[in-house]
Design a protein. Structure first.
Length: 166
């Protein structure tokens, strides 16, 4: 059985994962309306993955006898200055998510909840991959450049990227 503290933190993470899904979906819409189908497709795929991360946490809370709760999900920002702005924001967001996951892992360890600690290891590894992926995209945007031709190639490159590529 999970402690009240862990249930509360896991539920907060569930809500955060669903917010992440909405954020990336909104970013995909922005890209789509600006003529960046590769970025749009990539971000929409990522939105689906974030939703699955939330569902996985939701299921874990329920399987361990807790009551999974989805909190209020704030509407994400809808306007961005550029493709670079979007991917700078995704990297910053993933770094913030990593900090939340690390706090969950620390709480599980401090409480001696080794089952939850073990469950959260998947998220720890996933966050490493997410940060690496988005850092790589930000680096590519800086190398290619934000002008018209550069944006064309960035969109094509990101559209080809697999989740674990980069």
């Amino acid at each position: 059985m999970l402690s009240t503290t862990l249930i509360d933190k896991l539920n907060a993470q569930i809500t955060l994962e669903f917010y992440s899904s909405n954020l990336y979906l909104q970013m995909a819409a922005w890209c789509d309306t600006r003529g960046f189908p590769g970025c749009s497709s990539f971000l929409a795929q990522h939105a689906s993955e974030e939703y699955q991360h939330g569902r996985k946490l939701f299921t874990y809370v329920m399987e361990t006898g807790g009551l999974a709760r989805v909190g209020a999900i704030e509407a994400p920002k809808a306007d961005f200055a550029s493709v670079q702005d979007i991917f700078d924001a995704t990297l910053a967001h993933e770094i913030a998510i990593t900090a939340k996951i690390n706090d969950l892992v620390k709480t599980a360890m401090n409480e001696g909840d080794f089952s939850t600690f073990n469950f959260l290891q998947w998220y720890t590894s996933e966050q490493h991959e997410e940060e690496k992926l988005f850092r790589n995209i930000v680096d590519r945007i800086r190398v290619i450049g934000p002008d018209g031709k550069g944006l064309y190639w960035i969109d094509k490159e990101i559209g080809k990227m697999g989740k674990k590529d980069g």
